[in-house]
Design a protein around this ligand. Sequence first.
Ligand code: FCB
Length: 452
Amino acid sequence: MQDNHCFPENFLWGAATSAYQIEGSPLADGAGPSIWHRFSRMPGRIHDDDTGDMACDHYRRFEDDVRLMKELGLQAYRFSIAWGRVLPEGRGRVNPAGLDFYQRLIDALLEQGIQPFVTLYHWDLPAALDDRGGWLNRDCAAWFADYAQILFRALDDRVQYWATLNEPWVSVDAGYLHGVHAPGHASLAETPLAAHNLLRAHATAVQAYRAEGRHRIGLVVNLEPKYPISLAPEDRAATVRAHAYMNRWYLDPVFFGTYPKVLSELFGADWPNFMQADLDHIRQPVDFLGVNYYTRSVVRDDPQALLVRASRVRQDHNLHTAVDWEVHPQGLVDTLQWVKRRYGDLPLFLTENGAAFEDPEVIGGRVEDPLRLTYLREHLKAAYTAIASGVNLQGYFVWSLLDNLEWCHGYSKRFGIVHVDYATQRRIPKSSGQFYARVIRSRGEALWEEEG
Ligand code: FCB
């Protein structure tokens, strides 16, 4: 496999999106509002007070979007299901029209030979459940598993890849500690509770899947390798804390049934005495792990920094993206190898990787985005290096298929390999998208083509 730089034959080439970021029509056909629908209506929470009301209008244009995926040669499409379309109140009554939207999307994908890779939860908790405490309520795990079971029964005949949660670390860190994402809380005491209930929800859904499902289910986490700025013991200790907080918090319990010890030290009195039975339950075998990788962080000790007492030292000499993430492809190799060393040789998918840059104007129907193209090239080469070193990486999903609503940044940050003109909803594949299509067609060989 290595000689001509081809990726493995069955390697899955895809692109990723999420419901709230692209669909629009949030309340159409009887759907219930989500916490993001609510959050986006609170003045000042999202850049320019943008909302997901229109987004990429994918809810109405999904057939065109699937055709676009086909044109790009995608073999898989990772998307999320909006819980509130299927269960407007989050539990109880099913809304057949909402479920039907995803049935039609999946059928359209399969018709084009594109594998659906379904995320059950990409941050859009039904608002009605938040009214009952949301992720702070222990019952949320059962609500999630009931919702998941409805989807397994309806869709597992056509869906081979299921992911329970997308990036629980972000749900908790941004949503419950810093308050910059929905539901917008900033509470030390709530943070470990929300995390624990998300993990219980993941495990309960995996258990439900074992009873119903015939394919594969896993979890998607965001990992960001941490490197100390110096060899000073304080900086190294800060790096250990940052690494435990961001990278181990949601994996140690899933694979070992334990939380990193340092978390209880960081939270002090706010760290609950979790029941061992919960941790045993959280440790459900998964069929794969989805890793989202964007950047690394170089860390220094910082006694003033909230909770973790560590902060990032910006590496000014290196390229940064429009959201100020350092471009560091080697971190992807390090991360995948670390996962294998620590958690075992399980199938991995790179479920998100990509970059926001200030794209130039559309000229003559073209969008040239060389920085994103190079980002993809370098990270795909890194993925190749990881595979060559023995990591069982089975697929890659670029974030994102389309420019879309980048959460609190609104529409100001563009991650798409396809440009979206939000006024007309016209889609134009960028040069990075065309490049990615060539990479897929050549099973990776085009990564090593002459540049320029
Ligand atoms: C990830 C999210 C995804 C997108 C990218 C840029 O944290 O999962 O929805 O916003 O970042």
